[in-house]
Write a protein that binds this ligand. Sequence first.
Ligand code: PEP
Length: 313
Amino acid sequence: MMTMSFTNTTTTSASSSQLASSQRITMRGGQASNNLVKMRAQHAFARENRRHASSLVVCAGTGKFVVGGNWKCNGTKDSIDKLCASLNSGKITADVEVICAPPMVYIDRVQSKLKAPYQIAAQNCWVSKGGAFTGEVSAEMLKDANIPWVILGHSERRSLCGETNEFVGLKTKYALDTGVKVVACIGESLAQREAGDTLNVCFAQLKAIVDCVTEKDWENIIIAYEPVWAIGTGKVATPDQAQEVHAGVRKWMSENVSPDVASKVRIQYGGSVNAGNCDELATKPDIDGFLVGGASLDGEAFVKICNSAAHSK
Ligand code: PEP
């Protein structure tokens, strides 16, 4: 559990040297050669944050740590059964909420196998009531099938399926009104980060949701900050990089929704989180959990990531 602290961090969290040092993109897999790209990204982000830093207020999250596993379009009956067995045999000892999102066709199977504390999420749902929408699944169907959560606005759906900010906002509202809670994903591409647009991109994605939902709806929304350049690439954001954006998002929520919602809303970090980097990321005050892709397919690693909640402050 995190404690709330309101601090003016104009000098403590936004000095340009700190920002510059916090903006290293951790390169793995032998791609560390592009120093120029890294420097451009560092300078752009530092510039952008100086613009946003004049009255930076940090209010750390107060919500329960929450870890999601996005299994994406992976698995067979056999591998899914093995994953469920591995998750059930793992010991989750930390105070953490855990949500697994299997492929739609296996949800029923997973639901019948996974034990508490695992909850289930769908990876998508339609924007309105079901009907003549071939290939889609409606929020009513999720509700009927006792699926409490849905992930919306994942960058893969934004980029590959053309989902706009506005569409994600509408989907979010429809799911919430139907009684399905939402993990709403936001995050910038590498080009947007290099152009100094990280926070503006995140704010625009959030605004499209804020424009559709009520203040009360935020009780049932988790924000997942997932920089696109970190998803499935092995290039995890450094803890400082992630914290910087999470703090900016929380400040924006405070100013554009309410300080109460800003302190309570949980902001997950997603992008190449694994068993080795989760503990350090979890120590950051505005990181309230993780959304995990690749590593969520490994039961042992995922349980370790869930238990990193013990390191959260
Ligand atoms: C994701 O797709 O939500 C994700 C964070 O993937 P990965 O952990 O593999 O980067």
